[in-house]
Design a protein around this ligand. Structure first.
Ligand SMILES: Cc1ncc(COP(=O)(O)O)c(C=O)c1O
Length: 509
């Protein structure tokens, strides 16, 4: 098995063409038609000279773009084990159905009567998601997880203000959290209060108690957390936070590990976002737009972003009459195509959606057991605990013993045909690799990846320089981490040059 992407030294298409070739023959009639059209345009809108369009044969064009597509690596080619991102295989049947022109080409300004089918899908999805997370109402308005977080934080803020509780300006966020959590809390105007993680990998409950006060607006948690560990004291945390009048926000990016088994609403969370593009299999990252969903319980449901989709017994309609709503978070009614894919994914799996959690958890722990026993590898938190959807290993020991750190190991994985996992996150684990396999990967794929890790670690002890020069099998070699961020035509200032030299030294020491 070889997941390796093709390696091409592909010049830009503008450098490929000559002036003697043609991909299409434009007939005379068409040419005279267009020049007649052009003659009617005001002179100031016309180009002074003809555009420089590369002149290529059809076969050159097709090969150029096919080669470009093969330089990329995606989940259709091999595993993308990015922890925290949940990059799972996207069933092609979902892609095909969502591409139906009645969905993909429907304009958001169409009248409700003309999009009853789409509205029925959204209405049903809202209900299913509410059931899955154990909440009362969901809104599909938010276009990503991070915007769901912002919506949730704004809902919590408005809820407190509406009750005249104006002193609650603190949002608690654990140090293991995804960066978007504190960012969203800060954008909503909260002061972020950071609390540590205990050695078992749980949110430190003692530290939480110490910061709770009448200023606590709420806490933002993900469960399982970014270490892939289920918060063992979640019910205590909910009781303590509610006890001082605060609310609980659930970051649903990690729902994959517990879907069908545990519900945030039952754990005591008041509001949650779901990343439909992660847990419910719509491509994201380079693959397409995301879709969030924000779900809320009890009185907080009145604050959800509008519009919701409702049903009056006869027809589906957009519901805007939520007087306490925080309003819109995005244009129109959200990113519908990924929402349709999520609907199809849930419809296809039905109650067996539990198997998503089962298989992803089994995959995680199978691979974890294999990697944790490698020399130079440590777990840092919760050594004896089972993980859920993802796990984090540290190459700190390997770096100290061989000079090869998490980034070098990731580059060496590229040479062996794998997409690297998330590295150097969560920040509480030094030299981290955060690996999430999802339910998509087979035992053979996992064994193949484990073999690559074993080889790399062995090589780190025997021939570290070889790893340091990775990747050599990719179209683009190792980037200069400092210079790589600067546009090509910018000359380094002396300060930047010095910084680059210093960082180079850090990388190799
Ligand atoms: C734990 C966690 N929370 C929130 C987010 C933000 O989600 P999105 O990328 O959909 O904005 C991510 C994204 O990777 C995440 O891993």
């Amino acid at each position: 098995m070889n997941f390796r992407q093709a390696k091409w030294d592909e010049p830009p298409i503008f450098e490929v063409g000559t002036f003697a070739r043609e991909g299409v023959k434009v007939d005379e009639e068409f040419l005279s038609y267009t020049s007649e059209l052009l003659s009617r345009l005001p002179k100031r809108l016309l180009r002074g000279s003809p555009p420089s369009i590369p002149s290529l044969s059809e076969v050159e064009v097709v090969r150029h773009y096919t080669r470009l597509s093969q330089m990329s690596y995606g989940v259709d080619l091999g595993p993308v084990p990015l922890g925290s991102c949940t990059m799972k295989y996207n069933p092609k049947i979902c892609e095909e159905l969502a591409a139906d022109s009645r969905i993909a080409e429907a304009h958001p300004y169409l009248d409700e009567e003309d999009v009853q089918g789409i509205l029925e899908i959204i209405y049903t999805l809202q209900k299913w998601l509410a059931e899955i997370v154990g909440m009362d109402v969901c809104s599909i308005q938010t276009p990503a997880g991070a915007s769901g977080e912002l919506a949730g934080a704004l809902m919590i803020k408005k809820y407190h203000l509406d009750r005249g509780d104006v002193v609650r300006d603190e949002m608690i966020v654990p140090d293991s959290a995804h960066g978007s959590n504190p960012a969203s809390a800060a954008m909503a105007g909260f002061k972020v209060v950071r609390i540590p993680t205990d050695r078992r990998g749980n949110t430190d409950v003692e530290a939480l108690r110490a910061v709770l006060s009448s200023r606590t607006a709420g806490i933002m948690l993900t469960n399982p957390n970014t270490l892939g560990l289920f918060e063992e004291y979640i019910l205590d945390i909910a009781r303590e936070v509610h006890g001082v009048g605060g609310l609980l926000y659930y970051d649903g990016a990690n729902l994959n590990g517990i879907i069908g088994y545990a519900r945030p609403g039952d754990m005591g969370f008041d509001v949650a976002h779901l990343n439909l593009h992660k847990t419910f299999a719509a491509p994201h990252g380079g693959g397409g737009p995301g879709a969030g969903a924000v779900c809320a319980k009890g009185v907080l449901a009145e604050y959800l972003p509008v519009p919701l989709v409702d049903f009056d017994g006869r027809k589906y309609y957009f519901r805007y009459d939520l007087p306490k709503s925080i309003g819109r978070i995005s244009w129109f009614y959200g990113n519908i195509v990924p929402a349709v894919k999520a609907f199809l994914y849930i419809a296809a799996l039905g109650p067996s959606i539990k198997e998503v959690a089962e298989v992803s958890t089994i995959n995680t722990n199978y691979m974890l057991k294999k990697l944790a026993s490698l020399p130079g590898v440590d777990l840092v938190y919760g050594h004896s605990r089972w993980r859920k959807h993802e796990f984090v290993i540290s190459f700190e020991k390997l770096r100290k013993e061989t000079g090869i750190g998490a980034e070098d190991v990731a580059k060496a994985l590229l040479d062996r045909g794998f997409h690297a996992p998330t590295i150097l996150f969560p920040l509480i684990v030094p030299e981290a690799h955060m690996i999430e396999l999802t339910e998509s990967e087979t035992k053979e794929n996992i064994d193949h990846m484990v073999k690559a890790y074993e080889e790399i670690v062995r090589e780190a002890y025997s021939n570290a320089d070889k790893i340091r020069s990775s990747p050599v099998n990719t179209s683009v070699k190792r980037l200069d981490a400092v210079y790589g961020n600067l546009p090509k035509n910018i000359t380094l200032t002396y300060k930047q040059f010095k910084l680059r030299e210093v960082l180079k030294g850090v990388g190799s020491s």
